[in-house]
Ligand binder design. Structure first.
Ligand code: NAI
Length: 250
């Protein structure tokens, strides 16, 4: 039996790379779709059973070509992980957030998930596959000046439950909302830098630490497995308990 096939968008580095690495260890074939060509190639070289397809997930023609390639070269698709994003949540004050910058963030962080899903569904339906969308706790709580990121991630959670109802029972659709995840030591960067996290960065989390990329990868691996077969339309919050901490000051 051939191994199942997943495509992970934005897997050239960070959380996406960790998801791809974890899935290959679990026996999946992976197609990395990312717009960063050098990093994307390096990422695929570091993994067994992975290849890289340069893809800008905001470009309809490129996304259509990606899924045509998946159908022809891989013979189908079992899992789509919509992870690619402009991951910096800050957009500056709303008065200076231009319509162009707003649309760029919404296109990259939300519309891309619609586009990939649109082209992936015929392949996923044939295999009774799944979709995992990487959202954020910033869909649920905010710092100042993060409107575009928060709106996109909130939209992604709504898209998740809408798709789960439309596409079930053939296709399960879930989201993971990470909190603070340390991505600084990405093994696909030419000069990986590990930012020094402080003791208070870790201690403020009820679990006592900032999250790591493998925490998110483990959640995605579970959502991709038959062990989660009774879950669809959900948003799995993965933030070390931070959302449950009351933070009013005296
Ligand atoms: P990252 O910036 O390290 O990686 C993002 C990847 O997406 C990069 O490889 C980049 O080239 C790719 N990408 C960006 N635009 C693209 C496009 N138009 N087409 C194709 N690829 C594109 O980000 P990180 O931190 O690994 O985040 C991954 C996901 O997790 C994102 O959806 C982010 O919003 C989410 N997230 C991250 C958190 C964190 O603390 N790092 C917390 C909550 C959510």
């Amino acid at each position: 039996m051939t191994s199942p096939c997943a495509t992970v968008t934005g897997a050239a580095r960070g959380i996406g790379f960790a998801i791809a690495r974890r899935l290959t260890r679990d026996g999946w074939r992976i197609v990395i779709a990312d717009c960063e060509t050098d990093r994307g190639r390096r990422a695929a070289e570091q993994l067994d059973q992975a290849r890289f397809v340069p893809t800008d997930v905001t470009d309809e023609t490129a996304v259509e070509a990606l899924f045509r390639d998946l159908g022809q070269s891989e013979g189908g698709l079992d899992l789509l992980v919509n992870n690619a994003a402009i991951a910096d949540p800050s957009n500056g004050p709303i008065e200076s957030l231009s319509p162009a910058a707003w649309h760029q963030r919404l296109n990259t962080n939300l519309t891309s998930a619609y586009l990939c899903t649109h082209f992936a569904v015929p392949l996923l339906r044939a295999r009774e596959g799944g979709i995992v969308n990487i959202a954020s706790t910033r869909a649920l709580q905010s710092e100042p000046d993060c409107e575009a990121y928060a709106a996109a991630k909130g939209g992604l959670i709504a898209l998740t439950h809408a798709l789960a109802v439309s596409l079930g029972p053939a296709i399960r659709v879930n989201a993971v909302s990470p909190g603070w995840i340390d991505t600084s030591a990405s093994p696909t960067d030419a000069n990986p830098q590990s930012e020094a996290l402080t003791a208070s960065d870790h201690a403020q989390h009820p679990v006592g630490r900032v999250g790591g990329v493998d925490d998110v990868a483990a959640a995605v691996a579970w959502l991709a497995s038959a062990d989660s077969s009774f879950m669809s339309g959900e948003n799995l919050v993965l933030d070390g308990g931070m959302r449950r901490r009351m933070i009013y000051t005296d």
